[in-house]
Design a protein around this ligand. Structure first.
Ligand code: GTP
Ligand code: SPV
Ligand code: MN
Length: 597
């Protein structure tokens, strides 16, 4: 590959001098080169080849036991001042961090090859797209980036002789958790990641570029980078309406993006098309003033456990070829894969995610997990049976509704609508959710996760809310309607009260009816809730209108507690932003409190 861009060449020389690799290999994106790398990874044991008849082109990878999820406490936003990063991001002065990391990178690739991966987030020649170059010493990263992005010569062409790019440096070094750092320098358009080989820590196009750096760029340039799925809902008349939804990690984005409608809706002619399952970039189209979304990724890095033919047929189908599985279990009988929730039949001759050979049936019967709860598949989006024909539309799809949602056993009702954009921004800003296995740390603890961006915002969260308000003003009448959902409400016995998955379509239909002005709602303290009879429960034999009513109840005491709680309450949360908090957010909080009292 001939590189003419001087900025690329200068940076490469500098990084080579720092990491001191034995070799440098340019990734051109060709199948021949990828095949060579797969062979090499299999030869060294980095990857395991799976059953090529049942799972053609599929491979397995196991990470270090201490390296199975994003590490939020070791993720930094190094803006010139601490205030720019804000109170909920880890911060260190850029000079200090560069010095600290340079000592770690020094010679970290000795005896190894440095792979140079040019990649596009978005499609070629799209006004939405951004280009990055990731340097890495991991073949696993190269192969994953090949699925998740448009990689190789196509990206070099996009950069051209003078173009800019995000400078991404990754070294797995010795995967030492004590010296693991995932660091962003937004002002330098630079990402440095070291001592991890896991997903969101090392596939730097994903959370690091497409959310943290992109959110910062979006603020400068007037657009949004969001942790959102994008789906198209086709009605029997053949019209497709697009919805974006922001849920925290492991809270149902991939599932909602690929949902299969309940039988009675399918028969009527309803369909769901997937545009994206994790990240959306949104811009106001200068021609019609509406908000349009693209998915900057080319693949799905999805949670394996819980994915089955029943819960997510389309995601499972997408994993049947050209997929890399990470930290699931291997069925040694036929070299296929297994995870909790795939079916009720764990393999007897299994290798669990840490690499021990076990009798899977006895092992799971004892309550052990064969697959890590955050085990994942990296699958090409093109494999997905319900991929939208707009998936690669360089101009994106027009967005009718934005949905926020979290995992809340109590408090949040099944669905409600905000009164307007400003209130909707408040609803997003005050989102809370129980933590999941997608990041290291305790699981199941309620924490505030504004817009599902708590771990991903590349600057001060309060300034980011201000950006939402600004964008709302620009959109005016064209602003999508904003909703909040909760699929995870539980009854007093701890059972989910809503069937979820495909049945979430019933809620989407109410949302689109609201957007079209076709259905009434009850205005209450928190916004508009559906009249219980307006959530269609056809064929849900175990559900009554009374049950829907229970799902929609607003427990004022719970809500007031959500505001006042000395640890997790909204007031305490807002207070940390001081005078950076937009006045509109304080106003909305006052209004909510008054409405509840
Ligand atoms: P990230 O890739 O981490 O961003 O996660 P995600 O938001 O795409 O979550 P995903 O769709 O992979 O779902 C995570 C977990 O939630 C899986 O175990 C699912 O089975 C479960 N889940 C998804 N949707 C629902 C639902 O409607 N109801 C219930 N009860 N569980 C769900
Ligand atoms: C998430 O945690 O939200 C993910 C997985 O999508 S990772 O790429 O590891 O961030
Ligand atoms: Mn995610």
């Amino acid at each position: 590959m001939e590189i003419k861009n001087q900025k690329v060449l200068t940076w490469l020389e500098e990084m080579k001098a720092l990491c001191k690799p034995d070799n440098v290999v340019f990734i051109d994106g060709s199948e021949a080169q990828l095949e060579e790398l797969r062979k090499e990874a299999v030869a060294t044991g980095e990857m395991i080849k799976l059953n090529q008849e049942k799972l053609p082109g599929c491979y397995y990878h196991r990470t270090a036991e201490n390296d199975v999820a994003r590490v939020e406490d070791r993720t930094f936003i190094c803006t010139p001042t601490e205030e720019e990063a804000g109170p909920i991001n880890n911060w260190m002065a850029p000079d200090e961090m560069y010095a600290k990391l340079k000592a770690l990178y020094d010679g970290s690739m000795k005896g190894r090859t440095m792979y140079v991966i040019p990649f596009i987030m978005g499609t070629p020649n799209s006004p939405f797209s951004k280009v990055g170059i990731e340097l890495t010493d991991s073949i696993y990263v190269v192969l994953n980036m090949g699925i998740m992005t448009r990689m190789g010569q196509v990206a070099m062409n996009e950069i051209g002789e003078n173009g800019d790019f995000t400078k991404c440096l990754h070294s797995k070094k010795d995967v030492n958790p004590e010296e693991r750092y995932i660091v962003h320098f937004p002002q330098d358009n630079t990402i440095w990641s070291i001592n991890s080989a896991y997903g969101g820590n090392v596939l730097l196009g994903k959370k690091c570029l497409a959310l943290r750096i992109a959110s910062y760029l979006g603020k400068q340039e007037g657009w949004f980078a969001e942790h959102m799925l994008i789906l198209g809902l086709e009605n029997p008349e053949g019209e497709v309406h697009y919805i974006c939804a922001a849920f925290p990690s492991a809270c149902g984005k991939t599932n909602l993006a690929m949902l299969i409608p309940p039988e009675y809706l399918k028969k009527k002619g309803y369909k769901v098309w997937t545009v994206g399952d994790d990240i959306a970039w949104l811009r106001i189209n200068p021609e019609d003033g509406k908000l349009y979304a693209i998915n900057p990724e080319a693949g799905f890095f999805g949670v394996a456990p819980g994915t089955s033919e029943k819960t997510n047929f389309n995601a499972l189908a997408a994993t049947k070829k050209g997929t890399i599985f990470t930290n699931v279990a291997i069925n040694n009988e036929d070299m296929t894969v297994w995870w909790e929730g795939l079916d009720k039949n764990p393999p007897s001759d299994a290798t669990e995610w840490k690499g021990a050979k076990v009798d899977g049936k006895a092992y799971t019967a004892e309550g052990n997990k064969l697959a890590h709860p955050n085990s994942r598949f990296t699958a090409p989006a093109a494999n997905c049976p319900c991929i939208s024909k707009e998936f690669e539309n360089p101009n994106g799809v027009p967005v009718s509704a934005i949905i926020f949602g979290g995992r809340r056993a109590k408090c949040a009702p099944l669905v409600y609508q905000s009164r307007d954009w400003q209130h909707g921004t408040f609803v997003g800003a005050t989102m809370a959710s129980e933590t999941t296995a997608a990041a290291t740390g305790a699981v199941g603890v309620v924490r505030r996760d504004p817009m599902a961006m708590k771990p991903f915002v590349g600057y001060n969260m309060a300034t980011y809310w201000g950006h939402w308000l600004e964008m709302g003003k620009k959109l005016g009448e064209n602003a999508p309607k904003i909703f909040h959902v909760n699929w995870f409400r539980k009854d007093d016995d701890g059972n989910f009260m809503w069937p979820g998955f495909g049945d979430n379509m019933r809620v989407l239909l109410w949302i689109l009816d609201r957007c079209a002005g076709k259905v009434d709602a009850d205005e209450c303290a928190i916004g508009y809730v559906p009249k219980p009879e307006d959530i269609d429960i056809t064929d849900l034999d175990e559900m009554s209108v009374e049950d829907v009513k229970a799902l929609l109840t607003i427990d004022k005491a719970e809500w007031l507690k959500d505001i006042e709680d000395p640890e997790t309450g909204i007031k305490k949360y807002f207070a940390q932003f001081g005078d950076k908090l937009p006045k509109e957010m304080a106003d909305e909080l006052a209004k909510l409190e008054a409405n509840l009292s």
